[in-house]
Ligand binder design. Sequence first.
Ligand code: BJW
Ligand code: ZN
Length: 249
Amino acid sequence: MLEKLCNLVKSCHKAVVLTGAGISAESGVPTFRGKEGLWGRFRAEELATMEAFMANPKIVWEWYNWRRELMGGVKPNPGHLALVELANHFGSFTLVTQNVDGLHRAAGSTEVLELHGNINRNKCVKCSAPYEESDIDPDRIPKCSRCGGQIRPDVVWFGEMLPGEVIDTAFRRSEEAELFFSIGTSAIVHPAASLPITAKHCGATLVEINPEETPLSGLADIRIAERSGEFLPRLLEAIRSGIGSGEKG
Ligand code: BJW
Ligand code: ZN
Protein backbone atom coordinates (compact mmCIF):
# COMPACT_ATOMS: atom_id res chain seq x y z
CA MET A 1 0.00 0.00 0.00
CA LEU A 2 2.77 2.40 0.97
CA GLU A 3 4.70 1.54 -2.20
CA LYS A 4 1.59 2.04 -4.35
CA LEU A 5 1.02 5.44 -2.79
CA CYS A 6 4.69 6.42 -3.21
CA ASN A 7 4.42 5.54 -6.89
CA LEU A 8 1.30 7.68 -7.23
CA VAL A 9 3.01 10.64 -5.54
CA LYS A 10 5.95 10.25 -7.88
CA SER A 11 3.86 9.90 -11.05
CA CYS A 12 1.10 12.48 -10.44
CA HIS A 13 1.54 16.20 -11.11
CA LYS A 14 -1.68 17.63 -9.69
CA ALA A 15 -2.83 16.83 -6.18
CA VAL A 16 -5.58 18.11 -3.91
CA VAL A 17 -5.85 17.46 -0.18
CA LEU A 18 -9.10 17.98 1.71
CA THR A 19 -8.78 18.00 5.48
CA GLY A 20 -11.33 17.93 8.28
CA ALA A 21 -11.35 18.04 12.06
CA GLY A 22 -9.58 14.66 12.31
CA ILE A 23 -6.24 16.09 11.18
CA SER A 24 -6.27 18.44 14.18
CA ALA A 25 -7.41 15.76 16.65
CA GLU A 26 -3.84 14.79 17.45
CA SER A 27 -3.14 18.44 18.31
CA GLY A 28 -5.85 18.21 20.98
CA VAL A 29 -8.68 19.85 19.05
CA PRO A 30 -11.86 17.78 19.48
CA THR A 31 -13.68 16.61 16.35
CA PHE A 32 -17.35 17.39 15.77
CA ARG A 33 -18.69 13.88 15.33
CA GLY A 34 -17.70 10.28 16.02
CA LYS A 35 -16.52 8.60 19.20
CA GLU A 36 -14.28 11.43 20.37
CA GLY A 37 -16.42 14.03 18.68
CA LEU A 38 -17.61 16.22 21.48
CA TRP A 39 -17.53 19.97 21.44
CA GLY A 40 -18.77 20.21 25.02
CA ARG A 41 -22.47 19.47 25.45
CA PHE A 42 -23.40 20.87 22.07
CA ARG A 43 -23.41 19.55 18.54
CA ALA A 44 -22.31 21.74 15.66
CA GLU A 45 -25.77 21.39 14.12
CA GLU A 46 -27.25 23.04 17.24
CA LEU A 47 -24.89 26.00 17.60
CA ALA A 48 -23.30 26.59 14.21
CA THR A 49 -26.42 28.18 12.74
CA MET A 50 -27.80 31.68 12.29
CA GLU A 51 -31.01 30.54 14.04
CA ALA A 52 -29.01 29.62 17.15
CA PHE A 53 -27.17 32.96 17.06
CA MET A 54 -30.36 34.97 16.66
CA ALA A 55 -32.10 32.99 19.43
CA ASN A 56 -29.20 33.07 21.90
CA PRO A 57 -26.07 34.96 20.79
CA LYS A 58 -24.61 34.77 24.29
CA ILE A 59 -24.48 30.93 24.31
CA VAL A 60 -23.07 30.88 20.78
CA TRP A 61 -20.34 33.39 21.74
CA GLU A 62 -19.53 31.45 24.92
CA TRP A 63 -19.06 28.33 22.78
CA TYR A 64 -16.80 30.14 20.30
CA ASN A 65 -14.76 31.87 23.02
CA TRP A 66 -14.21 28.53 24.70
CA ARG A 67 -13.07 26.98 21.41
CA ARG A 68 -10.87 29.99 20.58
CA GLU A 69 -9.10 29.60 23.89
CA LEU A 70 -8.60 25.90 23.32
CA MET A 71 -7.38 26.39 19.75
CA GLY A 72 -5.11 29.24 20.84
CA GLY A 73 -3.17 26.81 23.02
CA VAL A 74 -2.54 24.03 20.50
CA LYS A 75 0.21 23.43 17.96
CA PRO A 76 0.34 21.77 14.53
CA ASN A 77 0.99 18.02 14.74
CA PRO A 78 3.14 15.78 12.49
CA GLY A 79 0.18 15.39 10.09
CA HIS A 80 -0.01 19.14 9.42
CA LEU A 81 3.78 19.32 9.09
CA ALA A 82 3.96 16.37 6.68
CA LEU A 83 1.51 18.13 4.33
CA VAL A 84 3.88 21.11 4.09
CA GLU A 85 6.57 18.83 2.70
CA LEU A 86 4.19 16.71 0.62
CA ALA A 87 3.32 19.86 -1.36
CA ASN A 88 6.89 19.98 -2.72
CA HIS A 89 6.40 16.68 -4.53
CA PHE A 90 3.78 18.02 -6.96
CA GLY A 91 3.71 20.58 -9.74
CA SER A 92 0.31 21.71 -8.47
CA PHE A 93 -0.76 21.11 -4.86
CA THR A 94 -3.96 22.50 -3.37
CA LEU A 95 -4.69 22.26 0.32
CA VAL A 96 -8.39 22.66 1.09
CA THR A 97 -9.53 22.61 4.70
CA GLN A 98 -12.86 22.62 6.46
CA ASN A 99 -11.08 23.52 9.68
CA VAL A 100 -11.27 26.98 11.20
CA ASP A 101 -8.30 26.50 13.55
CA GLY A 102 -5.54 27.94 11.33
CA LEU A 103 -3.19 25.03 12.11
CA HIS A 104 -2.21 24.40 8.46
CA ARG A 105 -0.86 27.96 8.17
CA ALA A 106 0.78 27.65 11.58
CA ALA A 107 2.52 24.52 10.27
CA GLY A 108 3.88 26.45 7.29
CA SER A 109 1.42 25.65 4.49
CA THR A 110 1.24 28.82 2.44
CA GLU A 111 -1.76 28.52 0.12
CA VAL A 112 -4.69 27.18 2.16
CA LEU A 113 -8.29 27.29 0.96
CA GLU A 114 -10.34 27.73 4.14
CA LEU A 115 -13.84 26.62 3.18
CA HIS A 116 -15.54 27.32 6.51
CA GLY A 117 -13.75 30.54 7.51
CA ASN A 118 -11.45 31.15 10.44
CA ILE A 119 -12.40 31.13 14.11
CA ASN A 120 -10.11 34.04 14.94
CA ARG A 121 -11.87 36.52 12.67
CA ASN A 122 -15.11 38.39 13.34
CA LYS A 123 -17.64 40.06 11.06
CA CYS A 124 -20.97 41.84 11.14
CA VAL A 125 -24.01 39.57 11.11
CA LYS A 126 -25.84 41.97 8.74
CA CYS A 127 -23.33 43.56 6.33
CA SER A 128 -20.36 41.16 6.80
CA ALA A 129 -17.95 44.05 7.45
CA PRO A 130 -14.87 42.71 9.25
CA TYR A 131 -14.54 43.58 12.94
CA GLU A 132 -10.92 43.87 14.00
CA GLU A 133 -11.16 43.60 17.79
CA SER A 134 -10.81 39.89 18.58
CA ASP A 135 -12.00 39.68 22.22
CA ILE A 136 -15.77 39.48 22.50
CA ASP A 137 -17.65 39.68 25.79
CA PRO A 138 -20.76 37.47 25.39
CA ASP A 139 -22.62 39.78 27.81
CA ARG A 140 -21.81 42.88 25.73
CA ILE A 141 -21.65 41.75 22.11
CA PRO A 142 -20.27 44.66 20.08
CA LYS A 143 -22.20 46.29 17.23
CA CYS A 144 -21.01 47.03 13.71
CA SER A 145 -19.89 50.63 13.32
CA ARG A 146 -21.38 50.75 9.79
CA CYS A 147 -24.85 49.27 10.25
CA GLY A 148 -25.37 48.45 13.92
CA GLY A 149 -25.55 44.67 13.33
CA GLN A 150 -24.22 42.31 15.98
CA ILE A 151 -20.70 40.96 15.64
CA ARG A 152 -20.34 37.21 14.99
CA PRO A 153 -17.45 34.82 14.29
CA ASP A 154 -16.33 34.79 10.62
CA VAL A 155 -17.10 31.12 10.05
CA VAL A 156 -19.61 29.36 7.80
CA TRP A 157 -22.70 28.07 9.55
CA PHE A 158 -25.21 25.52 8.26
CA GLY A 159 -27.44 26.96 5.56
CA GLU A 160 -24.85 29.63 4.66
CA MET A 161 -22.96 29.95 1.40
CA LEU A 162 -19.25 29.19 1.45
CA PRO A 163 -16.90 31.99 0.30
CA GLY A 164 -17.51 31.98 -3.47
CA GLU A 165 -14.00 32.27 -4.83
CA VAL A 166 -12.64 29.74 -2.33
CA ILE A 167 -15.17 27.00 -3.11
CA ASP A 168 -14.98 27.70 -6.86
CA THR A 169 -11.21 27.29 -6.80
CA ALA A 170 -11.54 24.13 -4.71
CA PHE A 171 -13.94 22.58 -7.26
CA ARG A 172 -11.80 23.62 -10.22
CA ARG A 173 -8.67 22.09 -8.71
CA SER A 174 -10.60 18.94 -7.74
CA GLU A 175 -11.79 18.53 -11.34
CA GLU A 176 -8.18 18.76 -12.55
CA ALA A 177 -6.64 16.59 -9.81
CA GLU A 178 -4.85 13.36 -10.60
CA LEU A 179 -4.55 12.45 -6.93
CA PHE A 180 -7.02 13.46 -4.20
CA PHE A 181 -6.50 12.87 -0.48
CA SER A 182 -9.46 13.07 1.90
CA ILE A 183 -7.99 13.27 5.39
CA GLY A 184 -9.74 13.30 8.77
CA THR A 185 -13.20 14.22 7.60
CA SER A 186 -16.50 12.40 8.14
CA ALA A 187 -17.32 13.52 4.58
CA ILE A 188 -20.95 14.29 5.36
CA VAL A 189 -21.00 18.08 5.23
CA HIS A 190 -21.55 19.50 1.76
CA PRO A 191 -20.40 21.09 -0.45
CA ALA A 192 -16.96 20.12 0.99
CA ALA A 193 -17.89 16.42 0.82
CA SER A 194 -18.66 16.80 -2.90
CA LEU A 195 -15.03 17.69 -3.69
CA PRO A 196 -13.60 14.15 -3.45
CA ILE A 197 -16.61 12.77 -5.33
CA THR A 198 -16.07 15.32 -8.10
CA ALA A 199 -12.35 14.52 -8.27
CA LYS A 200 -13.05 10.79 -8.51
CA HIS A 201 -15.64 11.28 -11.26
CA CYS A 202 -13.12 13.40 -13.17
CA GLY A 203 -10.56 10.61 -13.04
CA ALA A 204 -8.50 11.23 -9.89
CA THR A 205 -7.22 8.42 -7.71
CA LEU A 206 -8.96 8.87 -4.37
CA VAL A 207 -7.10 8.20 -1.12
CA GLU A 208 -8.87 8.32 2.24
CA ILE A 209 -6.96 8.57 5.52
CA ASN A 210 -9.29 8.07 8.47
CA PRO A 211 -9.38 5.44 11.25
CA GLU A 212 -13.16 5.22 10.78
CA GLU A 213 -15.14 4.46 7.64
CA THR A 214 -17.11 7.29 6.04
CA PRO A 215 -19.64 7.55 3.20
CA LEU A 216 -16.59 8.11 0.97
CA SER A 217 -14.82 4.88 1.91
CA GLY A 218 -16.53 2.76 -0.74
CA LEU A 219 -15.43 5.17 -3.45
CA ALA A 220 -11.81 5.38 -2.30
CA ASP A 221 -9.14 3.62 -4.38
CA ILE A 222 -6.88 3.47 -1.36
CA ARG A 223 -8.15 3.51 2.23
CA ILE A 224 -5.71 4.06 5.07
CA ALA A 225 -7.42 3.22 8.37
CA GLU A 226 -4.87 5.12 10.45
CA ARG A 227 -4.41 8.42 12.21
CA SER A 228 -3.12 11.09 9.86
CA GLY A 229 -0.45 12.26 12.31
CA GLU A 230 1.03 8.78 12.27
CA PHE A 231 0.53 7.79 8.64
CA LEU A 232 1.53 11.00 6.80
CA PRO A 233 5.05 11.21 8.31
CA ARG A 234 5.55 7.52 7.40
CA LEU A 235 4.48 8.25 3.84
CA LEU A 236 6.97 11.13 3.65
CA GLU A 237 9.73 8.95 5.04
CA ALA A 238 8.96 6.26 2.45
CA ILE A 239 9.04 8.83 -0.37
CA ARG A 240 12.35 10.23 0.89
CA SER A 241 13.91 6.79 1.11
CA GLY A 242 13.03 6.13 -2.54
CA ILE A 243 10.39 3.43 -2.13
CA GLY A 244 8.45 2.99 -5.38
CA SER A 245 9.55 3.41 -8.95
CA GLY A 246 7.07 5.88 -10.47
CA GLU A 247 8.39 8.87 -12.35
CA LYS A 248 6.76 12.11 -13.36
CA GLY A 249 5.92 11.77 -17.05
C1 BJW B 1 -9.23 11.19 12.28
C2 BJW B 1 -8.43 11.25 13.39
C3 BJW B 1 -7.07 11.22 13.15
C4 BJW B 1 -10.41 11.36 14.11
N1 BJW B 1 -6.62 11.12 11.89
N2 BJW B 1 -8.76 11.10 11.05
C5 BJW B 1 -26.09 18.36 -0.06
C6 BJW B 1 -26.60 17.21 0.51
C7 BJW B 1 -27.08 17.24 1.83
C8 BJW B 1 -27.05 18.41 2.59
C9 BJW B 1 -26.54 19.53 2.01
C10 BJW B 1 -26.08 19.50 0.70
N3 BJW B 1 -25.63 20.75 0.39
C11 BJW B 1 -25.80 21.56 1.48
C12 BJW B 1 -26.36 20.84 2.47
C13 BJW B 1 -26.70 21.35 3.83
C14 BJW B 1 -25.52 21.39 4.78
C15 BJW B 1 -25.00 19.96 4.99
O1 BJW B 1 -24.04 19.51 4.40
N4 BJW B 1 -25.58 19.24 5.94
C16 BJW B 1 -25.14 17.88 6.27
C17 BJW B 1 -24.96 17.75 7.76
C18 BJW B 1 -26.09 16.90 5.69
N5 BJW B 1 -24.45 22.24 4.29
C19 BJW B 1 -24.47 23.56 4.47
O2 BJW B 1 -25.40 24.11 5.04
C20 BJW B 1 -23.31 24.38 3.93
N6 BJW B 1 -23.79 25.48 3.18
C21 BJW B 1 -24.34 25.36 1.96
O3 BJW B 1 -24.38 24.30 1.39
O4 BJW B 1 -24.81 26.55 1.42
C22 BJW B 1 -25.60 26.48 0.25
C23 BJW B 1 -27.01 26.20 0.66
C24 BJW B 1 -27.63 27.04 1.53
C25 BJW B 1 -28.95 26.79 1.92
C26 BJW B 1 -29.59 25.66 1.45
C27 BJW B 1 -28.94 24.79 0.58
C28 BJW B 1 -27.63 25.07 0.17
C29 BJW B 1 -22.50 24.99 5.06
C30 BJW B 1 -21.81 23.98 5.91
C31 BJW B 1 -21.08 24.68 7.05
C32 BJW B 1 -20.48 23.69 8.05
N7 BJW B 1 -20.05 24.42 9.19
C33 BJW B 1 -19.34 23.70 10.25
C34 BJW B 1 -19.06 24.72 11.38
C35 BJW B 1 -17.95 25.67 10.98
C36 BJW B 1 -17.70 26.70 11.99
C37 BJW B 1 -17.22 26.15 13.31
O5 BJW B 1 -16.23 25.40 13.37
O6 BJW B 1 -17.84 26.50 14.30
O7 BJW B 1 -18.11 23.15 9.74
S1 BJW B 1 -20.21 22.28 10.85
C38 BJW B 1 -18.76 21.28 11.08
O8 BJW B 1 -18.78 20.15 10.18
C39 BJW B 1 -17.58 22.16 10.65
C40 BJW B 1 -16.72 21.18 9.92
O9 BJW B 1 -15.84 21.87 9.07
C41 BJW B 1 -17.74 20.33 9.21
C42 BJW B 1 -17.19 18.97 8.78
O10 BJW B 1 -16.80 18.21 9.86
P1 BJW B 1 -15.47 17.33 9.76
O11 BJW B 1 -14.31 18.21 9.61
O12 BJW B 1 -15.65 16.28 8.75
O13 BJW B 1 -15.39 16.75 11.26
P2 BJW B 1 -16.13 15.47 11.87
O14 BJW B 1 -16.05 15.61 13.33
O15 BJW B 1 -17.46 15.28 11.28
O16 BJW B 1 -15.23 14.23 11.40
C43 BJW B 1 -13.92 14.05 11.87
C44 BJW B 1 -13.37 12.80 11.23
O17 BJW B 1 -12.02 12.66 11.62
C45 BJW B 1 -14.06 11.50 11.66
O18 BJW B 1 -14.44 10.76 10.51
C46 BJW B 1 -13.00 10.75 12.46
O19 BJW B 1 -13.06 9.33 12.28
C47 BJW B 1 -11.74 11.30 11.87
N8 BJW B 1 -10.59 11.28 12.76
N9 BJW B 1 -9.28 11.36 14.53
C48 BJW B 1 -7.54 11.06 10.88
N10 BJW B 1 -6.21 11.28 14.21
ZN1 ZN C 1 -22.65 45.81 9.58
